[in-house]
Design a protein around this ligand. Structure first.
Ligand SMILES: [Fe+2]
Length: 246
């Protein structure tokens, strides 16, 4: 059986409707889900943006619950497993929240993982590294840095990625980035080979210019690094979701 038919995980999506700059309606969410199912995805992480400086976690979680309740029947109908979580922006406001487990990737016992976003212009200064360290120490979570290819500093400096991984972080990229030019593709594939990228997602927002295109990227990964790498990435995602240590 091909790895592509074993059931893939989209680790990063903005499919939940009316939560952020993602899906604008339930109908758009449904179209996005159908598109993912057609590409062999059977598990979808719902990761709406959470900005702690704009909204309390309680308010975010309440809005998310309402949106999720609307989407649940579609998941059942399509045979999709949902993971309700967030893409959380890291700044000092987050530390006003006592318990962040409701916005983590897993809701069971075990390790907690938080899909974490930083300012795009982040230079990974000592201050930023200290803030990430504080996140790990305060909440005992593993930050999963979202779309690391968007940070020029990380694309350039493998040593910073290694430092972050040593601290307890994991790395995610958007699959579409494997189609954004020869040099970026070569660099990211090298990072995969060196086990510096742990999970992938579409980061899809809509059915227009940010569609859920999973297949194009995962096929590049498969052709370049083989079934074994795709299997490893899927396994990492499933372990994270169930709270296992990876
Ligand atoms: Fe995102």
């Amino acid at each position: 059986m091909s790895i592509m038919s074993e059931g893939l995980v989209d680790f990063h999506t903005h499919i939940l409707s009316e939560m952020d700059d993602g899906a604008k309606s339930l109908s758009e969410s449904n179209q996005m889900l159908k598109m993912l199912v057609q590409q062999g995805v059977d598990t979808v992480c719902l990761t709406p943006h959470f900005y702690p400086y704009k909204e309390s976690m309680e308010s975010f979680v309440t809005r998310r619950k309402k949106s999720f309740e609307k989407l649940m029947p579609s998941g059942k109908k399509l045979g999709i497993k949902f993971v309700l979580s967030s893409e959380t922006f890291l700044n000092d406001y987050l530390f006003h929240t006592e318990d962040i487990t409701p916005i983590c990737m897993n809701d069971s016992n075990g390790d907690y993982y938080l899909l974490t976003e930083l300012p795009l212009q982040s230079s990974f200064s000592e201050r930023t590294i200290n803030r990430i360290s504080k996140l790990i120490d305060t909440y005992s979570v593993h930050p999963i840095l979202a779309h690391i290819e968007r940070y020029p500093k990380l694309v350039k400096h493998k040593t910073i990625i290694n430092q972050l991984i040593d601290m307890g972080c994991l790395m995610q990229i958007n699959l579409s980035s494997l189609q954004k030019g020869f040099f970026l593709k070569r660099k990211l594939l090298r990072y995969f080979s060196d086990n510096l990228i742990h999970v992938v997602g579409t980061d899809s927002h809509n059915m227009e210019h940010r569609q859920p295109d999973y297949k194009s990227g995962i096929e590049i990964l498969q052709k370049s690094l083989g079934d074994k790498m795709v299997k490893q990435i899927s396994q990492n995602a499933r372990q994270i979701i169930s709270g296992c240590t990876i």
